[in-house]
Design a protein around this ligand. Structure first.
Ligand SMILES: Cc1cc2nc3c(=O)[nH]c(=O)nc-3n(C[C@H](O)[C@H](O)[C@H](O)COP(=O)(O)OP(=O)(O)OC[C@H]3O[C@@H](n4cnc5c(N)ncnc54)[C@H](O)[C@@H]3O)c2cc1C
Length: 451
């Protein structure tokens, strides 16, 4: 195999995985004129930010939103020639639907053009949350953001529910606001979800309130973001190979010197960036570095599954394409996408389901039935007209954002010569997000360029 033109193993970097972390790392190296070859197991690039055809239906790995306060992801895309405004539709509001609330809570997002309305609506209308519920959240958020800055290690040891109890948040505010903002985003129930991850995800938005908007993708994420990024890497002289799963690392005299593919082809290189999801990374690394103490906390870092339901209907399920939460049901965050991401269908919805540990091994029909029941509970009976659905799930992609796990995330530069890590699970401040994956890829590239 000829990896990249004029590349000799002496200066070649191999990147395992073409998710956002791997693509970012490769782009940064290629832009600096470094030879780089990305090896991706799937037939398409994008990893968790991918779309593909699943037995005749176009699906994505899950419902994704681009948060307006991300800085490094948009800056990277711009350098790669990808225009943000072509890639995204900006949403003006979000909503939360609870089975027992009289009407949905609607949250304005247009801080620049409608600041007063946005701030007043920040906690939803009064029939969704009483003034007493809203008031109970103020000490919780004030203390949380303070602890995030001054006491992060301790904050990470406390689950969101316990922290809420400490500050006397009402039951209703916990279920209708804190549950969507935790489980609705990273699936885990508030009894498990780390308070550090909870406040940390929103903290970067505070100094950038004017950027607090949310973008829906204007097409599948491989099509509008990851493939164009891979093309930019190739224009810069790098190479991206799909359908090329890596089986193991090649280690000689304590240094990583290449990889062996599943088809037993071996590729030599100066260094390897493991940019796979967490479980794959642990598997590749334990084979050689089980006894290296630097990796010990990382090998104890648990993964968590994710489960999504995606379906098509003759007409839209919801009147607007906007982020919706379903607290008190099996629905985390979801949205109608037929006017934004998947426009060739009359109706098209994508849902992230909560408590994935309970769902990951259930038969597809049962997961679907629970989804339908939950949608009906919040008045979305139109789901009965579904023409086809897919349950898309995985159990090795996410590090578990549970209390006590922050300290187990590894840095990108390892003590092993020739070995770097990238991926949202590695240590960076944006948790398991696209921005976090980009930061990890950039840190790995910086480590390589410094060598
Ligand atoms: C349902 C869902 C909803 C999400 N919502 C949001 C959101 O709204 N906003 C947001 O910012 N983020 C969101 N995310 C998170 C975001 O997608 C991830 O943080 C980010 O994509 C992780 O990128 P990564 O490169 O670290 O990992 P991945 O994307 O997992 O990439 C790893 C790559 O490695 C490849 N690989 C694995 N093993 C091998 C091997 N042996 N050989 C070769 N290749 C291999 C995989 O195929 C994959 O392509 C969501 C994720 C999911 C699943």
């Amino acid at each position: 195999m000829s990896p990249t033109p004029n590349a000799s193993p002496e200066d070649l970097t191999l990147v395992i995985g073409a998710g956002l972390a791997g693509l970012t790392c490769a782009f940064e190296l290629a832009e600096k004129g470094k030879p780089v070859l990305v090896l991706e197991a799937a037939p398409y690039v994008g990893g968790r930010t991918a779309n593909w055809d699943e037995n005749g239906m176009e699906v994505e790995s899950g419902f994704h939103k681009f948060i307006g306060y991300y800085t490094l992801l948009p800056e990277l895309l711009e350098r790669a020639g990808i225009k943000l405004n072509d890639m995204l539709f900006w949403e003006k509001s979000m909503e939360a639907r609870h089975p027992e609330a009289g009407e949905p809570g609607v949250f304005g997002l247009d801080v620049v053009r409608a600041p007063l309305k946005t701030l007043l609506g920040a906690l939803g209308n009064n029939s969704y949350l009483t003034p007493a519920d809203k008031a109970s959240l103020i000490p919780f958020f004030t203390a949380g953001f303070k602890d995030y800055l001054s006491n992060p290690e301790e904050l990470d040891e406390i689950p969101v529910k316990e922290y809420a109890e400490r500050y006397n948040v009402t039951e209703q505010a916990l279920e209708r606001i804190l549950q969507p903002l935790s489980s609705g985003i990273f699936f885990l129930p508030p009894e498990q979800y780390s308070s550090y991850a909870f406040f940390g995800l929103f903290a970067p938005g505070i100094p950038r309130l004017h950027k607090m908007r949310i973008g829906a993708f204007s097409g599948g994420m491989t099509d509008v973001m990851c493939k164009p990024l891979a093309d930019a890497i190739e224009r810069l002289g790098g190479r991206v190979r799909t359908s090329t799963p890596v089986r193991s690392l090649i280690v000689e005299n304590g240094s990583v010197v290449g990889v062996e593919l599943e088809n037993l082809v071996r590729i030599s290189a100066a260094r390897v960036v493991v940019a796979t999801n967490i479980r794959r990374s642990q598997k590749l690394l334990t084979e050689h570095f089980q006894d290296v103490s630097w990796f010990a906390p990382f090998f104890e870092l648990d993964a968590m599954p994710h489960v999504t339901a995606q379906f098509e209907m003759p007409q839209p399920l919801l009147p607007k394409d906007r982020t919706t939460f379903g607290p008190g049901t099996q629905l985390g965050s979801f949205g109608e996408q037929s006017r934004t991401t998947f426009r060739d269908q009359g109706g098209r919805t994508s849902i992230i389901l909560v408590n994935p540990d309970e769902l990951i091994d259930l038969p597809e029909e049962e997961v679907w039935q629970r989804t339908v029941d939950s949608l009906k509970e919040i008045g979305l009976d139109g789901v009965e007209t579904t023409t086809q659905y897919r349950i898309i799930r995985g159990n090795e992609n996410f590090y578990r954002l549970a209390a006590g796990n922050e300290k187990k995330r590894p840095k990108q530069v390892t003590p092993i010569p020739g070995l770097f890590l990238a991926g949202d699970y590695t240590k960076q401040p944006f948790f398991a997000t696209m921005e976090g994956a980009v930061i990890s890829g950039q840190r790995a590239a910086r480590g390589i360029l410094k060598e």
